[in-house]
Design a protein around this ligand. Structure first.
Ligand code: NAD
Ligand code: MG
Length: 425
């Protein structure tokens, strides 16, 4: 099997081929990229410039990255008593990871944190912070069904503008698509020098949909998990891994305060990795498009359709291509690729190692990444929302009516999957 890919030479499918395995090539490529990362600045347009031909977008058209930290080497910044520099122990992982001992819990003592939104992340941040002793006010629309829920959870609730006005730290946990409007209307007018804007995802800041004023700290604590797990882990005395990034450090204390926020959220119990708004945003978008959400569903659909088109029973195709995926993912999650290869048969291992690569389109992946990096995807998604989501609605409809959905719904009622037992594991 040979590949015609021009950039990624993937001809060394077999370990013995030309003396170098794919793994060796990957290691080499990663080393090159690490070296590049110390010198390369953001590709594409520079801060404030808007992209080409985005006439449809408003003056807030997504422009590629205005991230002051984007071009710098991933600095191994440490707080007074030092983040834990993993590079000291492992030369292949050059991130700074913070734990409880690195955080000063008192950095939020004199602050009021407004948590805007009480959805997946909002309810977890508000409750965890409050239980950690932080003064929290939840910001919700007057007609929000979450208003009573938040009050019943023992929290103070106000409208978004009232909450933002009371707070020195505003944690923006609204859907990413509504953040710019709420920012303009309810947050920006209340911001004072020395306040903090805190995010859980970098999209709006990185693509200039929110342009915070000078004098305000702009930070991110992004738990690598849905909110209900952030909350459950906290209640169980466990932590949820998270990312920390500082976009703007006006006070000189942005990192320390963000770390205190991560600590109150329970993230430092598990480990908080330092990143940048640019890196978090671009890797998050790439991952969900190419691998996690988009990549996986397309892979499953293509496998399902290939079997069904060849005359195999849809039920067999469903089990093989969708249902069993969970078993494989569990192994990958627990112990990486080798745990999975060690657990499947040698036949599955040999077949997978020799055939898997041919179903992945590396050029397609590169294009996805380029569109994330140059702001093209962001512009498209912003215009799509401005136009009330016509394409999104169509894609959803075709996904809902795909045969795999019908077969799956039927099979799931025929077979008992013990969800409780799984949860308890
Ligand atoms: P969500 O959709 O679960 O909750 C959003 C909340 O905002 C809801 O309480 C909703 O009622 C409220 N809201 C919606 N429109 C509003 C408006 N106009 N004014 C006031 N309130 C409004 O959102 P989420 O998934 O918690 O995402 C919040 C942030 O966290 C996003 O930036 C997201 O990218 C980030 N994030 C999410 C996850 C996750 O797993 N869900 C993980 C990491 C980061
Ligand atoms: Mg994500």
């Amino acid at each position: 099997m040979t590949s015609t890919h021009p950039q990624h030479d993937t001809t060394a499918t077999h370990a013995t081929d030309s003396g170098r395995t794919n793994h060796e090539r990957t290691v080499e490529r990663m080393a090159e990229r690490r070296a590049e990362r110390t010198t390369v600045t953001v590709t594409g347009r520079t801060a404030g410039e808007t992209g080409p031909d985005d006439g449809a977008a408003s003056d807030k058209s997504a422009s590629a990255p205005a991230d002051p930290d984007a071009s710098t080497e991933r600095t191994k910044r440490c707080l007074t008593d030092g983040g834990t520099d993993v590079a000291d122990e492992s030369p292949s992982f050059d991130a700074t990871v913070y734990y409880e001992r690195d955080a000063d819990r008192h950095a939020l003592d004199d602050e009021t944190v407004a948590v805007l939104g009480y959805g997946s992340q909002g309810h977890a941040h508000a409750q965890n912070l409050a239980e950690s002793g932080v003064d929290v006010v939840v910001g919700l629309r007057a007609d929000s069904s979450s208003w009573t829920a938040a009050e019943e959870d023992g929290l103070r609730v106000a409208t978004p503008d009232e909450a933002a006005a009371q707070a020195s730290v505003v944690s923006v946990l609204l859907p990413d698509t509504v953040q710019p409007a709420v920012y303009e209307e309810s947050i920006e007018p209340t911001l004072e020098s020395g306040d903090t804007l805190q995010f859980a995802h970098g999209f709006n800041v990185h693509y200039n949909q929110i342009q915070p004023p000078e004098g305000v700290d702009v930070t991110m604590i992004a738990p690598k998990s849905p909110g209900h797990l952030v909350r459950r882990n906290y209640e169980n005395g466990q932590g949820t891994p998270g990312l920390l990034a500082v976009y703007q450090d006006a006070t000189g204390e942005a990192r320390e305060q963000a770390l205190a926020y991560a600590d109150a959220l329970g993230c430092t119990r598990a480990g908080v990795v330092e990143t940048t708004f640019r890196e978090e945003t671009e890797t998050d978008l790439f991952g969900e498009q190419a691998v996690l959400c988009g990549g996986v569903t397309e892979l499953v659909k293509a496998g399902f359709e290939t079997l069904v088109d060849a005359g195999y029973a849809p039920e067999m195709a469903y089990f093989e291509c969708l249902n069993e995926l969970k078993l494989i993912v569990d192994l990958l999650y627990e112990g990486g690729h080798m745990e999975m290869w060690n657990s499947v048969s040698d036949t599955a291992e040999y077949g997978g190692l020799t055939r898997g690569e041919s179903v992945v389109d590396r050029e397609g992946m590169d294009e996805i990444l380029q569109n994330v990096q140059n702001g093209e995807f962001a512009r498209e998604w912003i215009s799509e929302n401005q136009a009330k989501r016509p394409a999104y609605t169509q894609y959803r409809r075709s996904e809902e009516t795909h045969e795999i959905e019908r077969v799956g719904a039927e099979l799931r009622t025929l077979f008992a999957w013990d969800e409780d037992a799984e949860d308890a594991r």
